[in-house]
Design a protein around this ligand. Structure first.
Ligand code: GLN
Length: 565
């Protein structure tokens, strides 16, 4: 396939979860500063077709894309399609850094590659041949990469490979990268290896040995890194950079330090300080383009945004009752959207993640919070505690934002408290509830398969004037991203319910699906959205989610009032 794009391959060494996604996004950013049209692919070597059916405790958040992809494992055939919009959480990081909307087909999983290979074999696409990992699977991988680079007419495609070098399941992807380096012109590929450089307290030194081992492993797969990015608590010491350079066979200027940072958005600036952008251009034989000004791709604008985050020094405490807090990434887009909204109002968020179990004392936990964000989720565990959290917000008039499940449970709480509907519930939680105030979407009634079958992706939201939601967006129509099967049952928004203070603030195009609700009161800001505005929040001023900004504003007012009283 004809290709003019250059490729940057990002691999990880020593261990996972060291911030490879942030590194990849930051490499993309410094190329954007130079005017290049870039995008990112993430490879997830697991066998799931997409991460939609994974528990967030297992894999972190599932990011939802604007578009829904009709993935057809066998093109030009009567083979079925699979809907994909649920992808790896790293795409949240990429979109937040780069300000681009990335297509779900940029998340390549082993599941997709093997499904395509096996189903194509059944359709006779390899007639007469033995289907093998090399060349058939590696060809499939390379073809996916070329297609993406071509479709968006990219200058550079960054390809992050999930997991750690040495994992059996990622080896076929590394092999594809090796072939690409061989087949493409010399200056069309760069290999960046992100590795952990631990600090040994006992000897008071940073240690390079784990990096040496992981580079050896990369070399034994036929890959030589061009650039090494060392993740460490403190900046890399000079002698460590020398050692890594010597043992890894790369110049010292290509050993780049990536210490822990107060704010991840600082990383592109740090890379610029190391002249990493120039090094990438030199290695890829690229000349910076002249660019027209844009808030998103301009270096000085990015610096200004980073300053805003640096200067935000007041604290605002947001309580997040939920059920997936065994790892910090389960709601990462929410954490980030809250942080964006707070920073632009001069605040840093102090997120109190409340992992609800049967012993959790909700009142005691929420007592010191300036705002409550009720989290998305699935299934019965922790639900009563989440409903109690919504009741607490109503009783104490704490600013409240419910997202998806959080909005549904806000409505359950309202129906129990204000309409006296004892036992009101979502049919997801209690299929036999006497009051199914949250119920399965009509379009879901015949759905039995689990993967990619929810109401998904970016959809139009029609906002009603005179609502808190309208005050936030200041427009009648927006597109936000959805991921749900159940919804607020309109039959329960009766005249009585309206009088008791509930209000529909937006619906879908038909008016039949409720997209958001709120309390119709002047003394309390309580909003629930069926959609996830956090997926569209970006760190620069115009990128902040209007709903999150409005919520934070109310939380700050609440905090100030509390302090005065
Ligand atoms: N479990 C709920 C539903 O399917 C909410 C989903 C969510 O919070 N994303 O509708």
């Amino acid at each position: 396939m004809e290709n003019s794009a250059k490729f940057i391959f990002v691999t990880g060494g020593v261990m996972s979860a060291i911030g490879k996604g942030v590194v990849t996004a930051s490499l993309g950013k410094i190329l954007q500063f130079r005017g290049f049209n870039i995008s990112v692919v993430k490879i997830d070597p697991y066998l799931n077709v997409d991460p939609g059916t994974l528990n967030p405790i297992e894999h972190g958040e599932c990011f939802i894309t604007e578009e829904v992809w009709d993935f057809k494992p066998v093109p030009d055939s009567d083979e079925r399609i699979y809907k994909i919009s649920e992808i790896d959480q790293d795409f949240g990081t990429y979109e937040r850094f780069l300000g681009i909307t990335i297509h779900p087909s940029n998340n390549i999983t082993s599941g997709q590659i093997y499904l395509s290979t096996i189903l194509r074999e059944r359709k006779g696409r390899f007639l007469g041949r033995t289907v093998q990992l090399i060349p058939h699977v590696t060809d499939m991988i390379k073809q996916r990469l070329f297609e993406i680079a071509k479709k968006d007419d990219l200058d550079v495609l960054l390809v992050e490979c999930g997991g750690t070098v040495g994992d059996l399941e990622s080896s076929i992807f590394l092999e594809s990268f090796r072939q690409l380096r061989l087949e493409l012109p010399k200056k069309n590929t760069v290999f960046v290896h992100v590795t952990l450089v631990p600090y040994s307290k006992a000897v008071g030194q940073q240690k390079s040995k784990p990096t040496q081992h992981s580079v050896k492993q990369l070399q034994s797969a036929g890959l030589q890194p061009d650039i090494i990015i060392g993740r460490s608590e403190e900046p890399l010491e000079e002698d460590i950079r020398n050692k890594i350079s010597l043992f890894s066979n790369i110049p010292k200027k290509a050993v780049v330090s990536n210490p822990d940072l107060d704010n991840i958005y600082e990383l592109p600036l740090l890379f610029e300080k190391h002249k990493l952008g120039d090094l990438l251009c030199e290695t890829l034989d690229l000349k910076a383009k002249l660019v027209s000004y844009s808030e998103i791709t301009n270096f000085s604008e990015w610096k200004k945004t980073v300053e805003i985050f640096r200067n935000a020094d007041k604290k605002i405490k947001i309580g997040m009752p939920g059920k997936y807090f065994n790892i910090t990434d389960s709601y990462i887009s929410i954490n980030d959207a809250l942080e964006h909204a707070a920073a632009h109002q001069g605040y840093k968020t102090d997120l109190k993640m409340i992992n609800i179990d049967s012993d959790t004392e909700i009142e005691a936990q929420l007592g010191d919070c300036d705002g409550i964000l009720l989290t998305p989720g699935f299934g019965e565990r922790a639900v009563e505690g989440m409903i109690e959290s919504a009741l607490y917000a109503m009783e104490h008039k704490v600013p409240f934002l419910g997202i998806c499940f959080g909005a549904q449970l806000f409505f359950v709480a309202f129906c129990r408290k204000y309409l006296g509907l004892n036992g009101a519930n979502s049919t997801e939680i209690d299929p036999d509830t006497p009051h199914p105030v949250v119920d399965l979407l009509e379009s879901q009634k015949n759905v039995s398969e689990k993967g990619g079958t929810m109401r998904l992706g970016g959809l139009k939201v029609f906002i009603k004037e005179g609502t808190k939601l309208y005050d936030a967006y200041k427009t009648y129509e927006v597109v936000e991203r959805f991921r749900h099967r159940y919804h607020i049952n309109k039959n329960y928004i009766t005249e009585e319910a309206k009088q008791k203070g509930i209000r529909i603030s937006s619906t879908d195009e038909s008016g039949r699906i409720i997209n958001s609700i709120e309390m119709d009161r002047t003394d309390h800001w309580m909003v629930g959205t069926q959609f996830h505005p956090e997926f569209n929040s970006r760190p620069w001023e115009d990128g902040v989610s209007p709903v999150y900004a409005a919520f934070l504003k109310k939380a700050i007012e609440y905090k100030n009032k509390k302090e005065k009283d």
